[in-house]
Design a binder for this molecule. Structure first.
Ligand code: NAG
Ligand code: NAG
Length: 187
């Protein structure tokens, strides 16, 4: 166990904070009626109340109205394409996309930026250590909250809405919490 008890209790306090991290630019997928239908009332209520919260909080509230086929909580946080049909954009190969993460609580972990539920190619941006909670604000790497990715040439595989998304994934190993945001796009 590499973390001290005092750090674990500090993190436990932080995890009661309502929100931790979410992409705010470009506008990511959000919750809606299709999410409620797929994920059921319990998980939906958590997802709706805290857009930056860890997925595990929603898992904890899964009830009998949860549809495990339709609601993949660990893919795009269970947010549904049907709620986001108009929230998509077209990226030509080589487009540089500036991304902003609203990082509300720091929990040490690793993060990756990938495309599609099955990853296409290499991560577009990779942080081997993300949101190190031993660092003070002046030492926070700027690229944890503001970074750019370059969209690769994806051939024809991303031509229809819903086929591809940019997914930001952060697993905070210390508190065992997962954060995700998805940006739908076509090419
Ligand atoms: C977090 O930052 C501290 C202070 O710089 C450093 O000692 C520690 O190794 C870092 N943690 C990780 C997982 O890199
Ligand atoms: C992010 O910034 C840190 C320094 O703050 C740097 O070491 C790291 O290489 C950068 N990551 C990428 C993927 O550019």
């Amino acid at each position: 166990m590499k973390f001290s008890v005092s750090l674990v209790s500090l993190v436990a306090a932080a995890s009661s904070v309502a929100a931790h991290g979410v992409i705010t630019t470009p506008s990511p997928r959000v919750v809606g009626a299709a999410n409620q239908a797929a994920c059921g009332t319990g998980a939906y209520t958590v997802l709706k109340s805290d857009k930056a919260g860890p997925i595990e909080n929603a898992v904890a509230k899964i009830d009998s109205s949860f549809d495990a086929q339709a609601c993949q909580l660990f893919f795009c946080k269970g947010y549904q394409l049907e709620d986001n049909i108009k929230n998509t954009r077209k990226y030509a190969p080589g487009t540089v996309v500036p991304i902003h993460v609203d990082l509300i609580a720091h929990h040490t972990g690793s993060a990756v930026n990938l495309a599609t539920q099955k990853t296409i190619g290499k991560p577009l941006f990779l942080w081997p250590v993300y949101a190190n909670d031993s660092l003070g604000p002046s030492a926070w790497p700027k690229n944890e909250t503001d970074f750019e990715i370059t969209i690769p040439d994806l051939g024809s595989q991303c031509s229809t809405v819903g086929a591809c998304a940019i997914q930001w994934w952060w697993y905070a190993s210390k508190v065992r919490q997962t954060y995700e945001s998805c940006i739908d796009f076509t090419q």
